[in-house]
Design a protein around this ligand. Structure first.
Ligand code: 5GP
Ligand code: ZN
Length: 124
């Protein structure tokens, strides 16, 4: 594992959420992936999908992550529907990965925002 991918960073808020040291409202969990409701939702449905391993951002993704990311992407429509996003095409959702300072990333543990539900939204 490179320094940008560690099993657990003790200073990382999302690693603490994965370790259940900080409570969260879980949406999904398996061996490698965790999903939970955003604490400050922009939309009626707003959850975060993260790898359990501490991968810093999309800028740190390489070929070795292809299968993990593929599994995460395949979960997006399933979890979006489960959490109440309406069906495509009238419903749908937004999928966002803020990356780096100019990309608006505040938490430096890779996460995909999934937002949906009836508009208007608070933001987004
Ligand atoms: P970013 O700006 O890095 O893409 O998004 C970070 C997201 O994490 C924000 O939407 C913020 O509300 C959410 N967040 C930050 N701290 C916590 C927390 O302790 N619990 C939960 N559930 N969400 C958090
Ligand atoms: Zn982390």
């Amino acid at each position: 594992m490179s320094s940008s991918t560690t099993a657990h960073d003790p200073n990382c808020i999302f690693c603490k959420i994965v370790a259940k040291q900080i409570p969260s409202r879980m949406v999904y969990e398996d061996e490698d992936i965790y999903a939970f409701h955003d604490i400050n939702p922009w939309a009626p449905v707003h959850f975060l999908l993260i790898p359990k391993a501490h991968i810093v951002s999309m800028a740190h993704i390489g070929d070795e992550h292809a299968s993990l990311l593929g599994r995460m992407m395949a979960l997006v429509p399933v979890l979006a529907a489960k959490e109440g996003c309406n069906p495509y095409p009238k419903g749908g959702f937004r999928l966002i990965a803020n990356t780096g300072a100019e990309g608006g990333q505040e938490v430096h543990h890779l996460h995909f925002h999934v937002m949906g539900g009836p508009r208007p939204w608070l933001r987004g």
